[in-house]
Design a protein around this ligand. Structure first.
Ligand code: CP
Length: 310
C-alpha cells in the first residue's frame, strides 16, 4: 500500500485512505514492539536526521526510538549548541546536513510552515514533528490509533478537544483527521482561546461550558495552555482557568457516562487537568505515548519508499 504524498507535512494533505494505511501499518508495528526482539531491518539503508529547533520530550524520543526499531541510521540535531546561534539559516543548515547524504528529515520548528519551506527546497523526504501553531500530524495519528484501540472505530465517535485551541497545532491536526475519518468534533474552552472562524471552517461544534462539552463527548482530548505562544492576556489567571475550564474528578463524577481522557503532554497539572484525573483509569495518556512509537515507525517506513533514489 502506497501513501499519496511524498512528505508528511500535515493531516490536511492526507486522504482518508492514507490515514487508514498509516493506522493499519502502525497496528502491525505494535505487534513487532511486543516481541522480545523489537527490531526489524526495514530501514537498514536509510539515514534520518532529527532536526529539532524547538523543545520536545515525547516526539523527539519517540521518533528516535522508531528509527532505531527500524534499523535506520540516525543523527540528532538540536538548534541549541549548533551554528544556528552564529546566524546560519535554516536552508544552509539543512543543505550542509544533506551533503552528508541524509535521506529523510524529521523536523520540529516554532515557525508555522518551516517544514513546507524545506520540502520546496531540498530533495529529502520531510516529516513534520510540529510546526508553530500549524500542525502536529504524528500526534493526531497516534491520538487516532489510541481512540480506535479503546472504542473500536473513529467513525461517529464524539470527540471534544478542550483548552487552548487558538495556539494548538495538535488541535488543528486532530480536527482535520477526525473530520476526514467521520468522527463528530467539538472544541471547548474560553472564547478568547477559540478562533472565531473555526466553527464555519470545519463544520464542528463550539462550546464554552466544559460541563456541557463533557456531557456530550465520549473522548475528551485536553490541551495544554500554551503560555509560550501567548503575547497578550487571554484569561485572568491559571487558578481561575482551572476553576472554569479545568478537568476535575468532580466534573467527571457528575456525568452519566465515562469519558476517555487524553492529553498530548506536557501536562500543566492543576491547570487544564487535575492529577487525580490524569493518573486515573480513564486516562489513556501513557497509551498515547506508547502508540507514538508505532505510528512514527509506520510513517517513516511508508515514506521511505518515496525517496528519490528508491
Ligand atoms: N506531544 C508533544 O508534542 O510533546 P513534546 O513537545 O514533548 O514532543
Amino acid at each position: 500500500m502506497q501513501l499519496s504524498t511524498k512528505h508528511l507535512l500535515g493531516i490536511r494533505d492526507l486522504s482518508p485512505q492514507d490515514i487508514r494505511i498509516i493506522l493499519d501499518t502502525a497496528t502491525q508495528f505494535k505487534e513487532v514492539l511486543q516481541r522480545p526482539i523489537k527490531k526489524v531491518p526495514s530501514l537498514r539503508d536509510v539515514t534520518i536526521v532529527n532536526l529539532f529547533y524547538e523543545n520536545s520530550t515525547r516526539t523527539r524520543i519517540s521518533f528516535e526510538l522508531a528509527e532505531k526499531r527500524l534499523s535506520a541510521d540516525t543523527i540528532n540535531f538540536t538548534s541549541s549548541g549548533s551554528s544556528v546561534s552564529k546566524g546560519e539559516t535554516l536552508l544552509d543548515t539543512v543543505n550542509n546536513i544533506l551533503s552528508m547524504k541524509v535521506d529523510m528529515v524529521v523536523m520540529r520548528h516554532s515557525a508555522s510552515g518551516a517544514p513546507h519551506f524545506l520540502s520546496r527546497h531540498i530533495p529529502a523526504v520531510i516529516v513534520n514533528a510540529g510546526d508553530g501553531i500549524n500542525e502536529h500530524p504524528t500526534q493526531a495519528l497516534l491520538d487516532a490509533l489510541s481512540i480506535q484501540e479503546k472504542l473500536g472505530s473513529l467513525e461517529g465517535r464524539r470527540v471534544a478537544i478542550i483548552g487552548d485551541i487558538m495556539h494548538s497545532r495538535v488541535a488543528l491536526s486532530n480536527i482535520h483527521l477526525l473530520k476526514k475519518m467521520g468522527a463528530e468534533v467539538m472544541v471547548a474552552g474560553p472564547p478568547t482561546l477559540i478562533p472565531k472562524h473555526i466553527k464555519a471552517a470545519f463544520d464542528i461544534k463550539v462550546e464554552h461550558d466544559v460541563k456541557k462539552a463533557l456531557a456530550w463527548c465520549e473522548v475528551a482530548n485536553v490541551l495544554r495552555i500554551q503560555l509560550e505562544r501567548q503575547n497578550q492576556v487571554l484569561f485572568s489567571s491559571l487558578r481561575e482557568y482551572n476553576l472554569a475550564y479545568g478537568i476535575t474528578r468532580k466534573l467527571l463524577d457528575g456525568l452519566d457516562h465515562e469519558v476517555l481522557i487524553m492529553h498530548p503532554g506536557p501536562i500543566n497539572r492543576g491547570v487544564e487537568l487535575d492529577s487525580d484525573v490524569a493518573d486515573s483509569g480513564q486516562s489513556i495518556i501513557l497509551d498515547q505515548v506508547e502508540n507514538g512509537v508505532a505510528v512514527r515507525m509506520a510513517v517513516l517506513y511508508l515514506l521511505s519508499g518515496k525517496r528519490d533514489n528508491t
